[in-house]
Design a binder for this molecule. Structure first.
Ligand code: 26W
Length: 842
């Protein structure tokens, strides 16, 4: 670059006219995009309307986005990097309109164009870059960090294909690809200038540098390019726009050239294809790792590109003294998926920057923090050493050295306790040797947290006990939350208006204030209660329409809406829900209708494509639904529907319409749950086990406003040694009848035997989920639900109380806790520079 182009003259700030946010200007800008940029006119396909509007809105984020970025990059600013293989963002347009406060103006602008804004919003495909709870949590965290003006950058992968689309054929789940980028993504900005190189394969060379120090370098590698795509994350009405940086994999030119020179053009193009596979598809497993090489490639690709980017930014903005790196940078690892970052940061400091081991380790272990999201043993990631050796040989060497030094610490503390050393080793010994990623994460981090009080307790007492004894100070809890912007203000505008009418609207950015609704719980607030019910009813009508169109089942909005939506997994016990449905069906068939309450049971969720049992459960739900919905004796008393393709945008319709939230996992298995919080905020009452965040929800709302049932976590573990499910069946006639009806093939007349494996597992002494053990107490709790529902006033009170007590479950609170106890970031001072773009510091 010539010196001329770097003169201050070139960098002189320029002023932009602020973009108008009135309906006329928005409409004008929208038509400009539609006609001049997209080349479309009136009568074009609706997705172009969406696209033009998205660009119009993005323009209005741009100055604040740039300003926020520049502020965060000031030298001396401490930054957090949220590293996650998943960000389940959903749709963005409506969310930005809400945050920017331009929904009404945009509504009008669309009306002027003879369009309904709601219809335009429906055009946006969900960014489904996550499986479930863990991915959605990352998205809610990003929202709260922007609202709290915390300098947090999200790092993830820009999957070409997100979570698969689920459709149902003859009751079975079928998977279709989700090519969410097909029509482009108007939110993202490609920043090719910040491309990183990521190495794979090759081997290590050991050598001595000019000072005679032993050094290593990783050579002979196949390099892949990581190209960043930035997505804006707007804060709520605060002129702050944070960044979510997603990496796309691409082939390097060198990569192609070698082969091209060898005369094999098509092979060169194929190599390009291979490279781009890395960010092609999200793995759809949400609880078990299948050890695929491509998945490990994804993990290293994310970790390496992100750390290099963070370091580039930090070095560029004033720093070069590596010992200070940890003072200004913290990395939060969302589960073990990105924890190869521990070894990667070590590698960069040792090999590239020439830092000594002790110093490199001090830096690394002071800037890494790890969040665990599951206790299920099958979800704990471990990678075969042989795979590591082939793909990441230099990283394996570093892991060995970390482990050797760590095991010395262990043996100093517990001399001669070889069993403990074996348990704690990062390398699992055996016929096949593995790298235990959770152990690497704990050893390499200064903070290890669970996601609900019970879960963090179980980590300390069980899975991570050895490590807790060694480093009690590392362990902490951060109970999850959800963002009230998306999950109340955007998803439930009726309730939002009603609440704000009574307590003002500050609760949206300060959910603790929603507690003031408690003043309105007593019976004398008749008008408010009636209004509350009217809002719920309208939301139920909206959901009923969705169920009608998606499932061809008629839901009566006057009935109790009983909902369980989440990934399909045995531990979440959709089966227990089905047993209850069959129990209700038998009551109808037997004419046992005392205290009957009409119910609409809605179940939804995706099964991992390779998870046979979960897929059978979906088939069972659909078959039961079919029989129940078509039996004339049922006569509308009970409806059952399985909603296909459950996703973020579906939950935005489901949560506001739900009366009863099903949170019925085997105690001790659900780390936290976050759907439970979305339902609670929207005035649903929970029926749940003593598990995950359910416990904290019940503490907040009071036992009288929560339907608790089932064994506790310790009871589950005790019972495991001598579990005899058949005895529950012998003792309980109702359960007996339910099992008999399932066994005799009533729900699978034309497909004999297809549910045998489900029944066998439920009736096995080794059923880890203990479904039948909780049947009686679940049914009793459901009776209590029915009685409460019959007293409309009582139910309204419970509903209001649930919303009023949900303040703790905002991710604003969660993020403040992460910041106070782990990240220790400082909010930048508020200084607005509307319309002025400062020079490009980046
Ligand atoms: C190895 C593949 C894989 C992928 C995802 C293993 C494990 C996972 C996670 C366990 C998936 C997950 O979403 N966990 C959920 O995280 C939520 C946010 O903390 C919690 O609320 C849920 O209880 C937990 O199941």
């Amino acid at each position: 670059m010539t010196s001329k182009s770097c003169t201050p003259y070139y960098y002189r700030p320029f002023t932009l006219d602020p973009l108008g946010c009135d309906a006329v200007t928005i409409g004008h800008n929208f038509r400009h995009y539609l006609s001049y940029h997209l080349g479309r006119f009136q009568g074009c396909a609706q997705n172009y309307i969406y696209e033009a509007l998205a660009y119009t809105v993005r323009d209005r984020l741009m100055v604040d986005w740039r300003h926020t970025w520049n502020t965060q990059l000031q030298p001396g600013t401490r930054r957090a990097h949220y590293m996650s293989l998943e960000f389940l963002i959903g749709r963005s347009l409506g969310n930005h309109l809400l945050n920017m406060g331009i929904r009404t103006a945009t509504d009008q602008a669309m009306l002027d164009y003879s369009q309904k804004l709601e219809d335009v919003l429906e055009q946006e495909p969900d960014a489904g870059l996550g499986n479930g709870g863990l991915g959605r949590l990352a998205a809610c965290f990003m929202d709260s960090c922007a609202t709290l003006r915390l300098p947090v950058i999200g790092y993830g992968l820009r999957y070409e294909y997100g979570m698969f689309r689920q459709y149902i054929e003859n009751g079975y789940q079928k998977e279709a690809t989700d090519h969410w980028l097909q029509n482009g993504n108007p939110w993202e900005i490609e920043r090719i200038e910040y491309t990183q190189h990521v190495q794979f394969g090759g081997y290590t060379e050991h050598y001595h540098d000019q000072q005679g120090r032993a050094r290593a370098r990783w050579v002979g590698t196949d390099d892949i390019l990581a190209i960043p795509f930035d997505m804006p994350v707007s804060g709520y009405r605060n002129r702050t726009v944070n960044t979510l940086r997603l990496w796309k994999a691409a082939a390097t030119d060198e990569f192609n050239l070698d082969q091209f020179n060898a005369g094999s053009y098509t092979e060169a193009v194929q190599a390009k294809n291979q490279a781009e596979h890395i960010s092609m598809v999200l793995y759809p497993n949400d609880s078990s790792e299948n050890g695929k090489e491509l998945r490990l490639r994804q993990q290293y690709f994310l970790a390496s590109a992100s750390i290099k980017d963070a370091m580039r930014i930090w070095v560029r903005h004033g720093e070069f003294e590596y010992h200070h790196f940890a003072a200004e940078n913290v990395f939060q690892m969302n589960d073990t998926h990105p924890t190869i970052a521990v070894a990667e940061l070590m590698r960069i400091l040792l090999d590239d920057k020439g830092v000594e081991w002790e110093d490199a380790w001090a830096i690394t272990s002071q800037c890494m923090a790890y969040t665990n999201h599951t206790l299920l043993p099958e979800a704990l990631e471990k990678w075969p050493v042989s795979l590591f050796e082939r793909l990441l040989p230099r990283l394996l060497e570093i892991i060995y050295e970390i482990n050797a030094r760590f095991l010395r610490t262990v043996s100093m503390k517990w001399p001669g306790d070889t069993d403990r050393q074996r348990r704690m080793s990062i390398i699992e010994e055996g016929p096949v040797r593995y790298v235990r990623m959770a152990w690497l994460a704990i050893v390499g981090s200064f903070s290890v947290n669970g996601v609900a009080a019970l879960h963090s307790q179980l980590l300390r007492d069980g899975l991570f006990h050895d490590f807790y004894q060694l480093w009690p100070e590392k362990f902490n809890n951060k109970t999850n939350g959800v963002t009230p912007r998306r999950w109340i203000a955007y998803a439930n505008p009726g309730m939002t208006a009603l609440i704000s009418e009574h307590i003002g609207d500050e609760w949206i950015a300060d959910l603790g204030q929603i507690e003031r609704l408690k003043q309105l719980v007593s019976f004398d607030n008749k008008a408010f209660h009636a209004h509350w019910r009217a809002v719920k009813l309208a939301n139920k009508q909206r959901l009923a329409a969705l169920v009608k169109s998606e499932c061809h089942v008629e839901f009566d909005p006057a009935a109790l809406f009983d909902v369980q939506v989440k990934r399909i997994h045995e531990y979440k016990r959709q089966l227990l829900n089905v047993l209850h449905v069959v129990y209700l069906y038998l009551r109808i068939k037997h004419g046992n209708l005392d205290n009957w309450v009409n119910r609409c049971v809605l179940i939804g969720g995706k099964a991992a494509p390779g998870y046979y049992m979960a897929k059978s459960i979906i088939k069972l739900i659909n078959n039961v639904a079919d029989v129940v919905n078509n039996d004339p004796d049922v006569n509308g008393r009970l409806k059952v529907a399985f909603i296909p393709n459950y996703r973020v945008s579906a939950m935005e319709v489901i949560a506001p319409a739900t009366d009863l939230s099903e949170q019925i996992s085997t105690a001790g298995k659900e780390a936290s749950g976050t759907g439970n919080m979305k339902f609670m905020m929207n005035g649903a009452v929970t029926i749940g086990t003593y598990d995950g965040a359910n416990i904290e929800i019940m503490d907040a709302v009071g036992t009288e406003n929560f339907f608790l049932f089932g064994l506790h976590a310790e009871q589950v573990e005790t019972l495991r040694h001598d579990y005899r499910p058949w005895e529950y069946i012998e003792r309980d006639q109702a359960l007996h009848d339910v099992i008999d009806l399932l066994r005799c093939g009533h729900f699978n007349q034309s497909e004999p035997g297809i549910f045998d494996s489900i029944l066998d597992s439920m009736l096995s002494a080794s059923d880890p989920w203990m479904t039948v053990a909780d049947f009686r107490s679940y049914v009793d709790a459901q009776h209590a639900v029915a009685l409460a529902w019959q007293d409309t006033e009582k139910w309204t009170q419970m509903s209001i109380m649930n919303t009023a007590c949900s303040g703790f479950f905002s991710t604003d609170r969660t993020m403040q806790e992460y910041n106070r106890e782990i990240w220790k970031l400082v909010q930048p001072p508020v200084e607005m520079t509307p319309g002025v773009l400062s020079p490009d510091v980046e």
